[in-house]
Design a protein around this ligand. Sequence first.
Ligand SMILES: [Zn+2]
Ligand SMILES: [Zn+2]
Length: 538
Amino acid sequence: MKNGKNILVGVAWPYANGPLHLGHVAGSLLPPDIFARYHRMKGNAVLMVSGSDEHGTPITLKAENEGVTPQELVDRFHKEHVDSLSRLGISFDLFWRTSAQNHKKRVQDVFSRIYENGYVVEKEMIANYCPTCKRFLPDRYVEGTCPSCGYEGARGDQCESCGLILDLDELIDPRCKICGTRPVKRETKHLFLKLSALKPSLEKYAKSKKEVWRKNVYSFTINWLKDLRDRPITRDIDWGVEVPLEGYEKKRIYVWFEAVLGYYTTSIEYSERVGKKSLWKDFWMGKSRSFYFVGKDNIPFHAIILPAILLAHKGLNLPYDVPANEYLLFKGEQFSKSRNIGVWLKDFLERYDPDAIRYYLTINAPETKDVDFSLEDFYTRNDEELVSTYGNFIYRSLSFAYKNWGEVPKGEDELEKIVDQSWEKVGALIQERKFSSALRETMALAKEGNKYLNEKEPWKSIKNGRKDAEKAIHNSLRLARSLAIIMQPFLPFSSQRIWEMLGYEGSIEEVGWDEALKDIESGISLKKPEMLFRKIGR
Ligand SMILES: [Zn+2]
Ligand SMILES: [Zn+2]
């Protein structure tokens, strides 16, 4: 174990019913990656986990539509997720899946323990039953109008438009999603998580987070807790985790219960894979802190449901923070797999540098409010900021140095103060989960580089003896080196390219965050520089 802190980074599990879109990237995939990369550079022990969320009715509905089995469907999208996420440079320790046997087994263990602890209760309930299809209809097999915002395609469990979590009977004009019939009510038995019994502990927990959580997360949670009711853990479906209890052979554990346990099961799976069976305990017990990065629709599941399950289980750490982003909107509408709205990540990765995507979706991140995605804006920011400011500074410095010296020329450090100040601010902002501001601050440092070069004009001074030009270029390369390190959490691919052009070997991910404060060593041989980024606008 390293001498730092232990940090568990949980990343909202993308659902395996369609490809990833840019809303996922901006909402919940990039922020944790920046956070994890930074903390690894700081020497902290980081475990970053996620996976494909593969059960539930949207999967079975889609599989039925396509005439394939649910397993075939999730295999396809899990493979796509893994591929896109790796091309985007999201640095998971393990990106797993909920259809894995070990996940199911661990979920059953948690369920059994909570059952023994007295937090599961059997109740008769009235469920929706479709007389035409002759089956019980799980939440998502029912569609209707949201009682709060009036959205007509609201699902039985949640309104996608306003985020409201719904109970079965709250939808206006409900209809069966398969055949359109109005469902009737029938009695059936289910197991419930006794959230009512956990309410006082959950309220105490949430209130202790007033200064830690973002305002939206805090107020949403406090509001939701006011009306906390027992919630069914089982459902009438055959695709999912089996219930380890007699009489429940035909029912399965609900996604809301088992998918949030993925963080826990994946931590255990990871520990087994690296041959350190108890490693996960370093991240789930004791002084470790856990951060769950999610989109705002996922707040209740991470700020209430997951803590409730962990409280009922006993002995495991509750989430320290749930930094939830607002939405990235596409022409004013929410990106949506199920409604087929959005810009697909894999298409973007075919066309653009992953760092250009990372740059835009971080600088323009929906951290405190919904943000509109626009292709025009993406081009402009890429060309005018990434290419013209950052890329240009690096290329000017490196190509001038390469042409005239072929190595890092001698000189004293003139930029120490500027770099120190930025480095400090960027680190603090990342720790506070303010990634957009952190990246702006880093870009301001790149601007300082251009300003410095323009003031020193080494292309002029080199004509009157080399001394002044040497000094200026030494400092420019010093700044390029620092920028490569400070940019690594945000733009890992280009940071690695700068690192290599500066003549270093190995991965920049292995370089410590504090290394950015150091002056560059003179005399290192430079590699032939290439442009860092390409313009993509007209
Ligand atoms: Zn609504
Ligand atoms: Zn029906």
